[in-house]
Design a binder for this molecule. Structure first.
Ligand code: MF3
Ligand code: CO
Ligand code: CO
Length: 265
């Protein structure tokens, strides 16, 4: 177990490789942000991800990952995560999470944002705001050596203020030369996350999925991927890749163009 843990702690050279992967992924998100809106199909978003990534010499990690058929995930309204891009055309009032992951020189950067399309309902705006604040509440609750459970503690505390629920079946994760690795990063604390510690050099994602109603999920049996809310309520999510350093958490998938901490939707 010690050996496994040690391999998760990146050297300074490895940290720079992750910084480069995070930076490229964030630039891809900057590009998408300018192109997502009313009347755009989720398949068109996917094509933008594919073309931008390949034209810069990198690879979209979702494509063929465990059989996933597209280059990103697009999750609309009651879709919690892992929505498959297709002919669906974004319409006034939708919220859509776009989750992109790229492989840059063998290292993975992973992030997502929820976008508001046109004029949205109060609940749609509020759940998007809540999930964004939950992500930052978690980041702000971390110090070198914090237990992973500090993430879930902050998210549950914040979601409760909104009377919204936190999805438990899908979690954040260690990230590096693999898409998903240890540690698991649940958004609700559990026994394992109270034991795991975020020592300097550990890289991971935080990606809270927040529901307006019940936390319970349903997996689409037909496509094997799409996860929706059981009660049909709305769900929103934001994700960043974070490196723990000796000085505290460093967000690797942030540029000056995206929504910053404190942003209001
Ligand atoms: N990007 C997702 C995450 O944050 C994983 C998507 S897996 C896929 O972990 F196969 F659906 F792309
Ligand atoms: Co992730
Ligand atoms: Co992701």
């Amino acid at each position: 177990m010690l050996i496994g843990r040690r391999r998760l702690r990146l050297t300074e050279t490895e940290r720079d490789a992750m910084r480069a992967a995070g930076r490229f992924n964030a630039q891809l998100m900057d590009f998408l942000r300018q192109n997502i809106g009313l009347g755009v199909t989720t398949a068109e978003i996917d094509q933008l991800v594919f073309d931008y990534t390949l034209s810069h010499g990198h690879k979209p990690a979702p494509l063929n990952y465990q059989g996933f058929p597209k280059s990103c995930c697009t999750s609309v309204n009651d879709v919690i995560c892992h929505g498959i891009p297709g002919p669906y055309r974004l319409k006034d009032g939708d919220i859509v999470n776009v989750d992109v992951t790229t492989i840059v020189d063998g290292w993975f950067g992973d992030q997502s944002e929820t976008f508001l399309i046109g004029k949205v309902s109060k609940a749609a705006r509020r759940v998007t705001q809540c999930s964004f604040e939950c992500l930052w509440a978690a980041i702000d609750n971390l110090r070198p050596g914090s237990p992973v459970s500090a993430i879930g503690e902050a998210i549950v505390r914040h979601a409760r203020k909104y009377n919204y629920s936190v999805v438990e079946e899908y979690v954040g994760h260690g990230v590096g030369r693999a898409f998903h690795q240890k540690p698991n990063v649940p958004h609700v604390p559990n026994a394992q996350s109270r034991r795991d510690r975020l020592e300097p050099g550990i890289c991971f994602t935080i990606e809270p999925m927040i529901n307006t109603g019940s936390r319970l999920t349903v997996l689409d049996e037909r496509d094997g991927w799409t996860v929706t809310t059981k009660d049909g309520g709305l769900s929103a999510q934001f994700e960043h890749t974070v490196l723990m350093t000796e000085k505290g958490p460093e967000v690797l998938t942030l540029t000056q163009h995206g929504p910053q901490k404190g942003h209001r939707f």
